[in-house]
Design a binder for this molecule. Structure first.
Ligand code: FAD
Length: 317
């Protein structure tokens, strides 16, 4: 397989694909990184709204692995990442509660800025890949949700391991004229809330608190059930999400609203393997992403990509 060391093509410049490409590059292996988006980041998505960046995908990240912790320390030292909070409000039937857990991290420039930082120097090429047959390389990495990767397999046996179902979420960001919702939290400070027992709303993040500029911007995530009903018409989900949000946080109406659909937001079920490498039809295909590992989150995506990159470097080196 002498040609394999010439270059590996990584499709998907979310955190997993970028982490994988960096490991390959560090091992001296040529790598091309392709993404259909005009910027890297995938589901760590931030969009400029109301003159600042708003996180519309991942809300935050947590850190437990030592390798990821080193990456996060470097971001923090350069002011790219910041500790946000360890306590969220819990809303539902009955009085509001609060729940404390691991420290959640945010990024003053939006979570996407962290992926952009890791991708610096990797030269992400903008290209929507329609199938493996379009890719001129013997080794290809698909770093994306299972259903997206599966449709690129063109009969390659890697399709057989891409067997998880994924569920959708619709994110609704909204701007208010002032912050009025701190009193809803039993602690007197509102950073975000898990919403139980609501058919339309599952989670709300305070984007001003997470970003550190205190702007009165909230980002609400729908339940998967509501999102599934509105995949063809995401804006149609907004009134129900906003009604629930206004009810639980006692808010007035607002016209400043932005809606984003995540067709494949998170996988259903469990999978422990950190990645897969599948030989077949003259090609070695690696698959990685947050669907590979114990729970679908930012840290899992980084670990999956980095581990696949190291495994490939060992095999090709
Ligand atoms: C609504 C929501 C809330 C979340 N909340 C949290 C949270 O609070 N905490 C947390 O830790 N995690 C959270 N996550 C999960 C987190 O965002 C993911 O774990 C992480 O971003 C996954 O990275 P990835 O690289 O595996 O995949 P992705 O970020 O999905 O990257 C895949 C990339 O592949 C590209 N791509 C796909 N198909 C093609 C193609 N055919 N050709 C070229 N490019 C292609 C896409 O454009 C994308 O950039 C959330 C996700 C969502 C959607």
């Amino acid at each position: 397989m002498s040609d394999e060391t010439d270059h590996v093509v990584v499709v998907g410049a979310g955190l997993a694909g970028v982490a994988c490409a960096r490991e390959l590059r560090a091992a001296g292996i040529g790598v091309r990184l392709l993404d259909r988006g005009h910027v890297p980041g995938g589901r760590m998505a931030s969009r400029r709204l109301w003159e600042r960046r708003v996180d519309l995908g991942a809300s935050y990240f947590t850190v437990s692995d030592d390798g990821f912790a080193a990456v996060v320390r470097d971001w923090a030292a350069r002011g790219l990442a910041r500790e946000w909070t360890d306590t969220f409000t819990v809303l539902g039937d009955g009085p509001a509660g609060s729940k404390t857990g691991p420290v959640r991290w945010g990024a003053p420039g939006g979570l996407r800025s962290l992926v952009e930082d890791l991708a610096a120097g990797l030269d992400v090429e903008r290209q929507e890949v329609g199938g493996l047959d379009e890719v001129d390389a013997d080794v290809v990495v698909l770093a994306m949700p299972d259903p997206q990767a599966r449709r690129l397999c063109d009969g390659h046996p890697a399709a057989e391991v891409l067997d998880r179902d994924w569920e959708p979420v619709i994110a609704v960001a909204a701007l208010w004229s002032e912050r009025t919702w701190d009193d809803v939290s039993p602690t007197g400070r509102f950073d975000g809330a898990f919403v139980n027992d609501d058919r339309h709303l599952s989670w709300v993040a305070d984007d001003g608190r997470r970003r550190g500029d205190d702007r009165p911007v909230l980002v609400a995530h729908s339940t998967p059930e509501l999102a599934a009903q509105h995949l063809a018409d995401p804006a149609g989900a907004a009134p129900a999400v906003l009604d629930s949000l206004r009810r639980v946080l006692h808010l007035p109406e607002t016209d400043e609203v932005h809606v984003h659909r995540w067709t494949f937001a998170r996988p259903v079920g469990e999978r422990e393997e950190p990645y897969a490498l599948v030989d077949g039809r003259g090609r070695l295909v690696g698959v990685c992403g947050d669907g590979w590992g114990p729970s679908p989150k930012v840290e899992t995506a980084w670990l999956s990509g980095a581990r696949l990159g190291r495994a490939l470097a060992q095999r090709l080196g």
